[in-house]
Ligand binder design. Structure first.
Ligand code: PNS
Length: 165
């Protein structure tokens, strides 16, 4: 087994929130490299394109050499294996997240027993923050300052100005 530990932090990240940032920072101190892997989404209609989402992640972590942004499609464990990762990181905010996460972790373990899922809790101040709520609040004119990185706040404003609701 390689001593260089790579973890994948997968998700939609539409858009990146400070809750995600908190988990990425925690992960980046536990692992040698953390790859933030944006799902090239097929079903949901995202607000930001995959490229835009990766740009915001790269901008936010431009000073962190061990945080990488990438995109993937297909099975997560297939992607994780192709990157040489030994762990999948997921954030758990509340008990309501648990059932879905538990099912995914066990399915992923069945598919790839050597890849471990590691759950992490974000700081309490972000325990209620989700990309879905961020978009809803921003679209309805509320402030999301302090809940998303600055570059995400700017992009949300630009996007919402150019989108007819
Ligand atoms: O942030 P999200 O949207 O909750 O992330 C969900 C994600 C991307 C982790 C999940 O949908 C996923 O892993 N999709 C890839 C397809 C796959 O491997 N499905 C089986 C998972 S058990």
């Amino acid at each position: 087994m390689s001593a260089y530990r790579i973890a994948i932090y997968p998700g939609s990240f539409d858009p990146l929130t400070l809750g995600h940032v908190d988990i990425i920072l925690r992960g980046s101190s536990l692992f040698d490299k953390i790859v933030v892997a944006v799902l090239g989404n097929i079903e949901k209609k995202p607000l930001f394109s995959v490229d835009e989402r990766m740009e915001m992640i790269r901008e936010t972590f431009s000073d962190r050499t061990n945080v990488e942004a990438d995109t993937f499609s297909g099975l997560l464990v297939g992607y994780a294996t192709s990157k040489g990762a030994t762990a999948i990181v997921r954030g758990i905010r509340a008990i309501s997240d648990f059932e879905y996460e538990f099912q995914m972790a066990l399915m992923n373990r069945r598919l790839a027993p050597s890849i471990e899922t590691v759950f992490m809790m974000p700081a309490e101040e972000y325990s209620y923050v989700s990309s879905r709520l961020i978009k809803e609040v921003a679209m309805l004119g509320g402030s999301v300052k302090g809940l998303v990185p600055e570059c995400v706040g700017q992009r949300l404003n630009e996007k919402l100005r150019s989108t007819t609701i």
